[in-house]
Write a protein that binds this ligand. Structure first.
Ligand SMILES: [Zn+2]
Ligand SMILES: [Zn+2]
Length: 318
């Protein structure tokens, strides 16, 4: 099983602006002071080996979309703005003449998780099948309303692909697209659902847009049981703990620190922070990644926890 992240930002897509570019250029030039680079290879080696991630790369700005590779079809969690680039890649890989089936697991229908569909090229091609699975009863209505006057010129009925909506129930087990799948309800305005996907002895949990207050042991226990022994947790770590405790409590999201605690309790091997706050720039996100790693090391009581910060383009092999 392999996960490819196409969109990792929460609430709203963001783009790196001119000031952000300037900050990175400045940081790179400062680091390169007094150095010379006799070849392109030497320059690349410097960029890859000596610049920090926030300067040389960055986390990207598309909203939630993760591809799970290794099953029978193209399997996707959420249809945020990252879905547009996923669609372009599929078109490049398979061409428009080859019909494909897509299975999508939807955490919820907030706009940042469905806004990519009108820009998903395979949705306009007859012969393609797009199966949308989720626990909300309003899924189809939400997609239809997103593509209705006066907000969008192409109506739902004019999409070329065939769509099917599949109602799931939390707590039940399903076999879809070659994965064993279960869902769990999460605290979020209008509810959201996390998904556990298993195949060939490997397991990944996709859990975004959920607030874990940890003031109810039975609720926490239920989530810990859902995570138990997972190889990977992709987790809504939208806020830093300081933000979470001061102003953003009850906003329906979690912090980097809460995710570490849950992983330690559940024996998760790899923790991936996801759904990044759009206000944070690349240097903020890099700092949160380092602090989270440090916290995970300090709190570690046995098996070490690998900590990743999701970015657009990241791939994780399980
Ligand atoms: Zn969201
Ligand atoms: Zn949401």
């Amino acid at each position: 099983m392999r996960l490819r992240f196409w969109g990792t930002r929460g609430s709203l897509p963001v783009a790196l602006g001119g000031d952000g570019v300037r900050d990175k250029v400045r940081a790179a030039l400062r680091r390169a002071e007094g150095r010379s680079f006799p070849s392109e290879a030497a320059l690349d080696a410097f960029i890859e080996g000596e610049l920090d991630f926030a300067t040389s790369h960055g986390y990207g700005g598309n909203s939630s979309c993760v591809e799970i590779i290794g099953g029978d079809n193209t399997v996707i969690c959420d249809m945020g703005s990252g879905l547009r680039e996923l669609g372009q890649q599929v078109m490049q890989d398979y061409g428009p003449g080859q019909p494909r089936r897509y299975d999508v697991f939807l955490s919820h229908v907030h706009w940042d998780h469905i806004m990519g569909l009108p820009f998903f090229a395979p949705a306009y091609i007859p012969g393609n099948e797009i199966h949308i699975h989720g626990c909300h009863t309003v899924m189809e209505d939400a997609f239809r309303r997103q593509q209705s006057d006066p907000c969008f010129p192409v109506h739902w009925e004019d999409m070329g692909a065939e769509f099917a909506f599949h109602q799931m129930q939390p707590g039940q087990k399903y076999r879809i697209a070659g994965f064993d799948i279960a869902a769990i309800k999460q605290n979020h305005p209008g509810d959201s659902y996390g998904y556990r996907l298993e195949r060939n002895g490997k397991s990944a949990v996709y859990s975004t847009d959920g607030e874990h207050k940890q003031d109810s042991e039975s609720e926490t226990r239920q989530f810990v049981d859902f995570l138990a022994g997972a190889d990977l947790l992709v987790f809504d770590a939208m806020y830093s703990l300081a933000d979470m405790v001061s102003v953003k409590q009850d906003w329906g999201h979690s912090s980097n620190i809460v995710g570490v605690d849950l992983c330690h309790r559940a024996g998760v091997a790899h923790y991936c922070l996801f759904h990044h706050e759009p206000i944070y720039d690349d240097y903020d996100l890099q700092r949160i990644h380092q602090e989270t790693r440090r916290y995970a090391e300090i709190m570690n009581q046995g098996q070490p926890l690998q900590v990743s910060m999701a970015y657009d383009g990241l791939e994780i092999e399980l």
